[in-house]
Structures are given as structure tokens and as C-alpha cells.
Design a binder for this molecule. Structure first.
Ligand code: DHE
Length: 533
């Protein structure tokens, strides 16, 4: 299985209890080669996303041996089994790891991390498959209502379903990479792309009937983000032309042709941190958005704290032009303000939202919010008192931070880039969502063990009213509106999972779409294409 990178890593480097740290530290526990492989796979599945393959930390703390050997095995086992209040999941308590596995993991993280393998252009090219050539695809859509289709991730099945937002019928379920993280669409909306945690991109043609998987490519070993070229203007028409994937490992981004996924260029993201100028080999590419103002993608370099504007207008010549903007360290997820000029991104371990002006090409603010902001792409609405605002929830506390986003108008500019309002939640949250036509702001409580079956709904027009709580049968995660903005779809995240469709006006359940394996993110074609959130 492609995700089993650690088997490879360990055969490259079998370091078993060899690190010589000072006598005051714990001694390095010995592990057999088999245990190193097993622990490595577990680490990739559960830990590396937050702590990094080289364990230098980002969303989670640095857990390299120089840190972990200062703690006893018992203490480490306890943390891995029970979790912490700071947002670390209790892998044992939640049933994802046995007691023996938490013990193994505690020992593994006291050993030197194996160096993960590389995955360069040679390997990327070899993985490229076009299932349906462009000439064999329809010239116009064969599917009515395709702009209200939803792509739904079935995370643990390694599949993506396309569901008709009007009839609520599952139209097709297609293979994808391992544990797909997000879906994005091309600028026209015709193509939907998935990015697997294993770096595999799949591309679906929403115009063909039946909807088909038309191409795939493995861009790396560990990835989270993908987007497409969306610019059309004085500098050319780049709609549907290119796609980009950001990798966690190897730390690089890959530019592909938008209609075939043919790989065009791979560029390293290894970088110096913006503030201390420390070299971080593992500088991971986190969120990516596509600019509507320029032929550019906006990439976030997590460990370095840098936002990289990547100009793709000369990519046919093999050239990318990069503009690197200092922001804040541990950049993770973010989205546009309502004008799509300002990109607001969470530097989660710094409790900060960084704001990038993509027209003037500079950082305009670092805003202190709550503990570990986690906006997804955030939510935009007009507050009755403060005007246009954008909001984030937090991994580390029950708080919705609402930030003014209109620096240009006389009436509201004093509120720009300030937290103008806060709403309390009962605990930690993952995502927040609204729609320009809605008066509601939805927050999940997925990582609050006492409330993870609840969605909290605030009224954006009456911001001082107490929120309404919607309770479901199972853990509920991530919200997405339909094209019209009158329904909200949520995922019951379970092996026997389903989507629940809520009527946005009445907050009553309108439909259930069953038979989905661990559904997580879902993405409406129109809203994803036009960045409506
Ligand atoms: Fe995500 C967005 C990374 C855990 C579901 N997640 C993102 C983005 C990043 C990221 C960088 C922004 C992508 C973009 O916009 O270009 N996520 C990570 C991690 O590193 C982390 C913390 C740990 C890991 O190992 O993956 C992590 N994420 C999770 C989950 O546990 C979730 C709930 C389920 C899963 O897939 O494992 C999850 N992440 C999502 C979803 C989005 C996302 C649904 C897109 C939100 C949106 O509306 O755009």
C-alpha cells in the first residue's frame, strides 16, 4: 500500500536504540525492525500530520527525541492514550490504538525519526494515468443541474461520491487516494479534483454521464491541499488550465495540466523560517487558494511562516515567479474575505490570523485570536454593527473570533483586521460556515468530547441572541451549503455514516443520504468554484 512509507523508511535506516543523549535523559528504548515498521505506519496514520515526519512540530509540539527523552515512557504513553486538553486526541481512549500500540508509539518517538523517502519528478511522471483522453470527453455537460452537485469524501473507504444536490441521489462513487483530505474544482466547475493523504490526485469529469474518473497522479507521499488556476483577465485566460498540489512530504509543490494532470513542474518548499532564519527541511505546504486578481496561487509554508504567491503565467516556459511574504509560523488553513482580495490564514500554534493583501502583495495584519484558530476556509457575512466580517473557530478553546474585513469603506475601516465580536462555544471546534443568502453561522464541535454530536448555530443578523443547538445521533463534522444557499449539509462521521441535509430557514432535517463510509468534507460545485463561504 502506497501509504506504507515507513516500511521503506525503516529499510533505509534501521536505527534501533542508538541515540546518545546525555545521562540525565531516559535511555533510548530498543525496538525490533518489525516494531519500527509497525510504529512508523501508525505514526504516519495518526501523528505526522500534526507533529511532522521529522517530528519538529507544527499543529502539535516538537516531539523529537531531545524532547521526548526528557519524559518517562509512562508519561508519554499516558499522553498518547488519554490525549491532552490542548487538542491532542486520546488515541487509546477513542479506540484508535490499543494499549500495546500506545506503548509502542511512546518508544518509537524516543527513537530517532527515520528519514522519509523522496518522490521526485521521475516517480511523479511514472504514476501519471489518463483514463479518458480530452478528445473523448463531452464538449458540453450531459448532466442537468451539475453546478449543484456535491463531491463527498468517504475518508476510510478511499472513495469520493458525487451526489446530486437536487435529487439527493448518489450518482457515482469513484476510487481516490488514501484518506482524501479535500476536494476542489476547476475554474469552470467542470472538473473536480481530490487530494489523498498519500499525495494522489484524482480528477473527475462532472460533465460526462456517467461521471468518470479521467486522470490520476501521485504527487508525493503525504499531502493535504490542491487548487486550480482561476484567473481570467488582462494577463490572459487561465481558467481550467492548471492545477497545483501542496505536499507535506516531500516538502514541495507540483504544477500539473488542468485537463490531464500531466506533471509540469515540481518546486521545493524547504525554507528558512521567516523570523529566526532556521533552515527547516520539512517546510510543509498547507492551505492553497487561487487568486482571482492575478494568475497566481497563494501557498502557505507551515513551518517557515511564509506565504508564497506563485505566478503561473510563464509555466509553459518552465518558469514560476515566487513572491514570499513573511506572515507567522505554523500556517495551516484559511480562506478569502468576501471580496477575494484578502487571504486570512491561521498560524495555529501562534494563536494568530495572518492577513495577506493579494493585490498590494503584502502582509496587512497579524491578528491575535483565541487558542489555535482553525477556520477551514472561514465564514464571511455582514455584521449589523461592524459591517463585513470573517470568522474562525479554534482547536484549543470554545470561541468564534469575528474579524472586520473592510479596510476601504469610510464606515467600517476602523474595524478592519480587528476582532470585533466573540461568540462562546462549549469547547473546541473544527469548522465554521455560512452563505451570503443565510442568516445562520454553523459551528461544529467535533473535537469536544462532550458535544461532538452537536452543531451550534448563531444568528448573524441578531448576533447577541443565544445560539441554537442541533443534536445528531453520531459525531458530526463539516458543513457545506447547496448552490442556492438554503440548505446545509453535515456529515455524520462514522463507518456507517451519512449526510444530513438541514433546511437553513427552519433548521429542521430535510433529507438523509445514507450508506456512506466515514464521510468528512463535502464540497458543492458552485460554491467551491466561486469560493462562496
Ligand atoms: Fe484537515 C482542510 C491539514 C486533520 C478534514 N486540513 C485542511 C487544510 C490543511 C489540513 C492544510 C487546508 C487545505 C486547503 O484549503 O488547501 N488536517 C490537516 C492536518 O495536518 C491535520 C491536523 C492532521 C492530519 O494528519 O491530517 C488535519 N482534517 C483533519 C481531520 O482529522 C479531518 C477532520 C478529517 C480527515 O480528513 O482526516 C480533516 N481538513 C479537513 C477538511 C478540510 C481540511 C474537511 C477542508 C475544509 C474546507 O471546507 O475547505
Amino acid at each position: 500500500m502506497t501509504k506504507r512509507i515507513f516500511s521503506l523508511m525503516v529499510s533505509m535506516l534501521v536505527v534501533v536504540g542508538t541515540v546518545g543523549y546525555s545521562a540525565a535523559l531516559e535511555s533510548v528504548p530498543k525496538l525490533s525492525k518489525g516494531d519500527m515498521v509497525k510504529a512508523g505506519d501508525l505514526y504516519f496514520d495518526r501523528c505526522s500530520g500534526c507533529h511532522g515526519a521529522l517530528r519538529q512540530g507544527a499543529t502539535g509540539p516538537n516531539i523529537a527525541p531531545e524532547k521526548t527523552l526528557k519524559k518517562t515512557l509512562k508519561k508519554l504513553e499516558g499522553i498518547i492514550y488519554n490525549g491532552t486538553d490542548g487538542g491532542m486526541p486520546g488515541w487509546g481512549k477513542a479506540g484508535f490504538m490499543t494499549k500495546a500500540e500506545t506503548t509502542l508509539m511512546a518508544k518509537f518517538i524516543q527513537n530517532t525519526p527515520p528519514e522519509p523517502p523522496q518522490w521526485g519528478m521521475k516517480e511523479i511522471k511514472k504514476s501519471w494515468k489518463v483514463h479518458v483522453p480530452v478528445a473523448d470527453r463531452p464538449k458540453k455537460s450531459q448532466n442537468k443541474g451539475w453546478e449543484n452537485f456535491f463531491g463527498v469524501i468517504q475518508r476510510d473507504a478511499g472513495k469520493v461520491s458525487i451526489i446530486d444536490g437536487d435529487s439527493k441521489k448518489i450518482l457515482v462513487t469513484l476510487d481516490s487516494g488514501f484518506a482524501v483530505h479535500i476536494l476542489r474544482t476547476s475554474a469552470s466547475g467542470r472538473y473536480m479534483y481530490s487530494i489523498g493523504r498519500d499525495g494522489k490526485v484524482t480528477m473527475m469529469d462532472l460533465w460526462s454521464n456517467p461521471i468518470k474518473l479521467v486522470a490520476e497522479l501521485k504527487t508525493g507521499i503525504d499531502a493535504r491541499s490542491i487548487d486550480t488556476s482561476k484567473y481570467k483577465g488582462k494577463k490572459g485566460n487561465f481558467m481550467d488550465k492548471y492545477a497545483i498540489v501542496g505536499n507535506y512530504w516531500p516538502p514541495h509543490y507540483v504544477i500539473m495540466r488542468g485537463d490531464t494532470l500531466e506533471p509540469m513542474k515540481v518546486v521545493s518548499s524547504a525554507s528558512y523560517t521567516y523570523d529566526t532564519n532556521k533552515f527547516m527541511q520539512e517546510t510543509r505546504v498547507a492551505a492553497i487558494v487561487a487568486s482571482h486578481h492575478a494568475p497566481e496561487w497563494v501557498l502557505t509554508y507551515k513551518e517557515a511562516g511564509i506565504v508564497n504567491l506563485v505566478d503561473y503565467s510563464k509555466i509553459e516556459e518552465g518558469t514560476v515567479i515566487e513572491t514570499k511574504i513573511n506572515a507567522e509560523r505554523f500556517l495551516h488553513d484559511g480562506g478569502w474575505d468576501s471580496t477575494k482580495r484578502y487571504f486570512l490564514v491561521a498560524a495555529n500554534m501562534r494563536d494568530t490570523i495572518s492577513v495577506i493583501d493579494t493585490v498590494d502583495r503584502k502582509l496587512v495584519a497579524n491578528i491575535e485570536v483565541g487558542t489555535k484558530p482553525h477556520p477551514g476556509r472561514g465564514a464571511n457575512w455582514k455584521d449589523p454593527e461592524f459591517g463585513p466580517v470573517w470568522a474562525t473557530v479554534h482547536l484549543g478553546e470554545g470561541l468564534v473570533s469575528i474579524i472586520g474585513t473592510d479596510p476601504k469603506s469610510r464606515k467600517y475601516k476602523k474595524n478592519a483586521w480587528k476582532v470585533v465580536r466573540e461568540w462562546k462555544l462549549d469547547g473546541n471546534s473544527l469548522f465554521v460556515k455560512t452563505h451570503p443568502k443565510s442568516n445562520h453561522v454553523y459551528c461544529d464541535n467535533t473535537i469536544n468530547p462532550n458535544k461532538n454530536k452537536v452543531i451550534t448555530v448563531f444568528n448573524s443578523k441578531k448576533p447577541n441572541d443565544p445560539p441554537v443547538e442541533l443534536t445528531f445521533e453520531k459525531v458530526v463534522v463539516h458543513m457545506e451549503y447547496n448552490k442556492k444557499g438554503d440548505e446545509v449539509w453535515v456529515s455524520l462521521w462514522d463507518k456507517e455514516g451519512e449526510l444530513v441535509v438541514i433546511d437553513d430557514k427552519t433548521l429542521k432535517i430535510k433529507a438523509r443520504i445514507k450508506g456512506l463510509v466515514s464521510p468528512t468534507g463535502k464540497f458543492n460545485v458552485y460554491n467551491t468554484t466561486h469560493d462562496v463561504y
